[in-house]
Design a protein around this ligand. Sequence first.
Ligand code: PHE
Length: 488
Amino acid sequence: MAEEAILGYLQHNEEIKDSGEFAAERNIDHNEIVNVIKSLHGFRYVDAEDIKRETWVLTDEGKTYTATGSPEFQLFNAIPPEGIPKDELQKKLDPSVFKIGCAQAAKNKWVEMGKQLVTRKVQNVDDKVKGLLLQIQQGQGIGSDDIKALKARKLIVPQTWKGYSVRKGPNYAPKRKQVVTDLTRENFQSGEWKELEFKEYNYSAKGAPLEGGHLHPLLKVRAQLKQIFLCMGFEEMPTNNFVESSFWNFDALFQPQQHPARDSHDTFFLDAPSTTKRLPEDYVERVKQIHETGGYESRGYVYDWKREEANKNLLRTHTTAVSSRMLYQLAQKPFAPKKYFSIDRVFRNEAVDRTHLAEFHQIEGLVCDRGLTLCDLIGVLHDFFSHLGMTKLKFKPAYNPYTEPSMEIFSYHEGFKKWVEVGNSGMFRPEMLRPMGLPEDVQVIAWGLSLERPTMILYGIDNIRDLFGPKVDLGLIKKNSICRLGIN
Ligand code: PHE
C-alpha cells in the first residue's frame, strides 16, 4: 500500500515534500513509508533526501499528566471552597503531586498557603500544562516560552525526527517491475529471456559469513608441536588406545605394584573388560623377575609380584605406556636408533579444580640410542623448548620410578617474570630397558609435558574449564587466533 501510494503520487506530482506529513495524511505508519522509500531508492525508482527535525516528546511524567491533569490542577481541585489544613490536604494527594502541586499552584497565585489553612485565591483555574502536553502529543507546535517551561519541569524531551523528501528517480515507473534473479531453462525455451529485466548485482553487499570448521586451541597447539617434532626428525607413536593394561602402564615401567599411583584413588580401572587378554609371556616373566629379585646389577623391589595386578585394565595415566610398548617392539628387532614422540589424551582420578581435570593431553618425546648421557637429554630439551620460544631452562632433580636420573624442567616466563614448571624428564632405567631386550649400551632419554599448560599460557586462559569440557564457549573457539608458538 505504501509503495503504491508513493509511486502513484509521484506520477502526477513533482515531489513528496515530507514523508512524515505524507504518512499522516494517508494514515500509513511512517516507518513503513520509510522502508519503502529506502527500497525504491535502492532500485533508483526514487531519489530521496534526508529531512531532520527537532521535535519534542512527552516523558513518562508528562504522559501521566495528560490523563490526571497537572499536579497544580489536582491540588487546586482538592481544596474545598472553605479551605483545608495543610496536613489534611497532603493526605488527599500523592506525595509528589502534593509537593509539585504546592509549588506550582503558589507560583500561579491560585492558592494561599496560610499558617492554618490552604485556601483558593481564584474561583476557577484552567489546566494549561495539560493542554500544552496534549498539543505536543498530537504533533502541534507550541510557543518557545512554553517549551522552555515544560522542558525545565522535565515533562518533555527533544527528539530528532528523521524523514525524507522524495522525487522521481532515473528508473521511475508508476509500478515496480518484477526483476529476475535467476535465468532458467524455461526462460530460454519460451524466448522470455529477451524481455526479462535482471536484478543488478550489489557489489557492496556483505556476503554470508563463511562457516568452516574451527579448530580447538588444543588442536592448533598440537599441530604446531607435531611440526616441531617432525622437524627434529621424530616419528609419531600410535596412541590410539585409551584403554591400557596395568602391565604396560606400570609394570613394564618398573613401577612397583604397591605404588600409590596404582591405587583406584589415582587411576581409573575398567569394570568391563576388567583384565587384558594377551601379554608377551616371556617378557612378563622377565618383568616379574626384575620387580621381585632384580637383575642387571639391580636388587629389584623384593616383593611378591602378582600377575592379576598386571592384568588389570585401566585408562592410561600417561603416554609413557605407549613408549614402553614401542621400546619393547624396538627391542624385538636388531637394534636401530629411534626418535619417537606422541601427543594424546591421558586420564587421572583427580579432584577437578581450575587447573586440573580428570583428563588431559600429554606431549612425550624420547630418543633411543647407544651411549646417550644426561647431557644429551639437556641438549635435546634445550633444542625442543627453544622451538616453543622457551630459551631459558633450569633443571631440578626429581623422581620417577622409571627414570634415573630424573629432572623437572623449568622455563623462565618473561610475561609472568618467574620460573614455571614445564615438564618432567629422565633417562629410562636399565630395570625397564634390559628386560625388554635392548642391548646393554643402549640408553633412552625421554621427557613429557602437558599440552594444556602451554596452550593456556599462549591463549591467556587461566581456568582449564574454559579450555576443555562442557563449559567451553564455542563462540571463542571460532574467534581464537591461529596459534604461533615461539612468539611471546
Ligand atoms: N610420564 C611422565 C608424567 O606423566 C612424564 C615423563 C615422560 C617423565 C618421560 C620422564 C620421562 O609426568
